[in-house]
Design a protein around this ligand. Structure first.
Ligand SMILES: [Zn+2]
Length: 148
């Protein structure tokens, strides 16, 4: 099955341009160019040989090596062989997660100020909440997938 540019872009963006099996960074322009840096193909998460469809939710970007060695293997098996469990997150999902972490850190900071200083700590809460927010942002950064 040949995919047009729009479909390829959708598949590529689902994992923010990383192989969904080994999490290696892929080069969008090198689609189907085996041997090129970051070369990738569209993988059917559930192989067509096992009844998988061409719908977007069954399609993932995979580097040529992973895609070819996967064959009719399930995604779960292929990922386990690479010590990965999930597909890399899309940039949209990563951004949302960072915001959640920042909010969580702010709550934690406020909670700590209240617990430590009691009602008198109300004035300190503003500063603590700010610090908590920064901690949350750091947590957010740490959840980013390192570049291969
Ligand atoms: Zn791969």
């Amino acid at each position: 099955m040949a995919f047009d540019d729009r479909q390829r872009r959708m598949v590529y963006d689902r994992t923010d341009g990383y192989c969904h099996i080994c999490h290696k960074k892929l080069a969008f322009a090198n689609y189907g160019t085996a041997g090129a840096r970051g070369a990738w193909e569209v993988d059917h998460s559930r192989p067509r040989a096992r009844g998988g469809s061409n719908h977007g939710n069954n399609l993932f970007a995979a580097c040529v090596g992973c895609n070819r060695s996967k064959g009719a293997m399930t995604t779960q098996t292929a990922r386990r062989r690479n010590f990965t469990i999930r597909a890399p997150m899309s940039s949209t999902r990563k951004r949302a997660l960072r915001q959640e972490n920042t909010a969580l850190g702010t709550l934690l900071g406020a909670g700590i100020a209240a617990a430590v200083a009691g009602p008198a700590g109300v004035l300190a809460m503003g500063a603590a909440a700010l610090a908590g927010g920064l901690v949350g942002r750091q947590i957010g950064k740490a959840t980013r997938i390192p570049k291969a």
